[in-house]
Design a protein around this ligand. Sequence first.
Ligand code: SAH
Ligand code: SF4
Length: 373
Amino acid sequence: MTTNLLNFDLQGLVAYCESLGEKRFRATQLFRWIHQRGASDFDQMTDLAKSLREKLKTQAVIEGLPVITQHESQDGTIKWLFDVGDGNAVESVFIPEDDRGTLCVSSQAGCAVGCRFCSTGHQGFSRNLTTGEILAQLWFAEHFLRKHLKTEERVITNVVMMGMGEPMQNYSALVPALRTMLDDHAYGLSRRRVTVSTSGVVPMMDRLSQDCAVALAVSLHAPNDALRDNLVPLNKKYPLDELMQACLRYLEFAPRDFITFEYCMLDGVNDQPEHAQQLIALIEKYGKGKPWCKLNLIPFNPFPASGLLRSSNAAVAAFAKALSDAGIVTTVRKTRGDDIDAACGQLAGDVKDRTRAAERMAKQRTIPLQPVR
Ligand code: SAH
Ligand code: SF4
């Protein structure tokens, strides 16, 4: 059987090399060739013994994902659609800024959580990506961009697991991928520059704090359980109190001294003054007088099937002001790449829904969310 070496973190590659009777430092050399140099051909690896290269050629490959399409936005954002086989495709987005380059990476083909406002959620779930498929997005994008921008320097300085899928529901593939992002022999990103975004899979938040405590973003979207149950169905399993407690536990191990809460602004649904007041009360209840989180307001990126609308700029500004006045650091996320459907929640790829979640959601859509106005 052929082994794709993109599936291994360094520890995994060491074990693989040992199974071939090779020493640990060979694995490190190989790892550097793959991730730092973007090599996919063993013959390039001139500092490896010819006999090892020949052996590798017979049983291993370094194989990325086929690119189906690439779109570049007017603002420099680039979106790739990758083929993951069997009629499924996933998306990654590169977002250049003055002082950084962020890659938004997918973790699953589809998503089983089924949030009301998310186009990935509306597609249902097909399958988890492997570690190799998660890393292939970064491996390809980094080395493509170096060529594209004609530089030898690192281009991607930050990774956010905010593409398609719920990373914490693909935990065993996620952790080796994160470790490779952090590894000095691979991408060498600091823990603060790698962010896992979760809709709130509480047990996995605890595990991540022990296994690979990178920066954490939690998709909150509602200040009370009734509304959150409706928007993020996972809330029925892990309600707000459990989620808040898990955030506080995570903070003890986190690379930053705050958790980021994402809050998608939906017109008339979660953007009213009383929601801001409830949110402030919720944060204060758990904060014990100390600042412990930041709020990132995301103006909703509409897609037809959602039946939801983006909050007005005035509502977003008023909401942000209420939070800021209460001493909560609040930012409004700039929409990037919306001309190429690369903005948050617009990543839809192409997913063969094996769970019929899309069908269930279509039924659920007939239950209107109660606008509070
Ligand atoms: N499953 C993870 C990560 C992927 S979604 C999570 O839910 O956190 C990344 C972010 O985009 C989440 O905060 C998500 O709530 C937000 N998002 C999803 N759909 C959106 C939309 N249509 N408009 C704006 N933000 C959206
Ligand atoms: Fe899944 Fe995140 Fe979309 Fe919810 S917002 S459906 S958890 S990808």
